[in-house]
Ligand binder design. Structure first.
Ligand SMILES: O=C(O)[C@H](O)[C@@H](O)[C@H](O)[C@H](O)COP(=O)(O)O
Length: 260
């Protein structure tokens, strides 16, 4: 498997500051939104939690006023299984900082099941999220990857933790090896809160475009390992159908050989 992954090109751009990363991420998102809205009449975008939630605000600037928000369908690559109004909910954080400020129809924003979230039922939340995705595949809102039947999202915006995790796929935890399900769950996540659901690696890697945005010195060691192809880090396994690109700020890139 490592050889197959190594053959897939991992691109990167290093920006001077975190703000530059956020701005570039917004531009990349806007351009892909334009492309997919024109080609298909839909834009399926998958978000993660963490700092990304704040960076999305860069999409609110006048330059992107033409964004066809009504054609957006918004998903989460991972979600903390906490009540939807909890401060730790990726849905709530994103709603407060970004989604409530743009006219995306509420029915196109796919949060985890409210009851499972309230009860802390991670398994139930994963099952229902997967069912929801399959329905949208049947309605042709989400495309499928070649003949695999796996969903193919247009764009995923991802982040990486200092341990090299992406989504809620953590090093040394079995969820990274899940191949059959689209969505799985974890109840002992090393990053709190402990209960989460997450897309599985095959789903993540089927996306047309994967943008991994990483800022800060805390991630520098993990970034260096990823670019040395250390596949023990889930993030090193990130590929995409068309493009897997890393946007780094100088601090996150500081331990790459060319930046030392
Ligand atoms: O819900 C989550 O916790 C995230 O989806 C998680 O996978 C995140 O993307 C990384 O931990 C990076 O987080 P930071 O951007 O805060 O470093």
């Amino acid at each position: 498997m490592a050889a197959a992954l190594a053959n897939k090109k991992r691109e990167k751009i290093v920006f001077p500051t975190e703000n530059d990363v956020a701005k570039a991420m917004a531009k990349y998102t806007f351009n892909l939104s334009k492309k997919f809205c024109k080609e298909r009449g839909y834009f399926t975008i998958v978000l993660s939690g963490g700092d990304l939630v704040l960076w999305l605000k860069q999409l609110l600037v006048p330059e992107y006023a033409e964004t066809e928000w009504s054609k957006w369908h918004v998903f989460w690559v991972d979600e903390r299984v906490v009540p939807l109004d909890d401060k730790d909910s990726n849905y709530k954080q994103t709603l407060d900082s970004f989604l409530s400020k743009v006219p995306i129809p509420t029915s196109n924003i796919y949060a985890i099941d409210q009851d499972c979230a309230a009860l802390g039922d991670a398994k139930g939340a994963a099952i229902l999220y997967e069912e929801g995705i399959k329905k949208l595949v049947n309605q042709n809102i989400i495309r499928t990857y070649k003949s695999s039947g796996f969903p193919q999202f247009d764009l995923q915006l991802l982040g990486m933790g200092p341990d090299g995790h992406m989504a809620s796929l953590f090093p040394g935890h079995y969820q990274i090896n899940e191949k059959a399900n689209l969505v799985t769950y974890i109840t002992n996540s090393p990053k709190l809160p402990p209960k989460r659901i997450t897309f599985t690696l095959p789903v993540i890697n089927c996306a047309s475009y994967n943008l991994m945005a990483v800022c800060g010195e805390a991630q520098a060691d993990a970034v260096a390992k990823v670019f040395k192809d250390d596949f023990n880090l889930p993030s090193a396994r990130l590929t995409a159908d068309t493009q897997a690109i890393w946007y780094l700020d100088k601090a996150a890139a500081s331990k790459l050989p060319e930046c030392l």
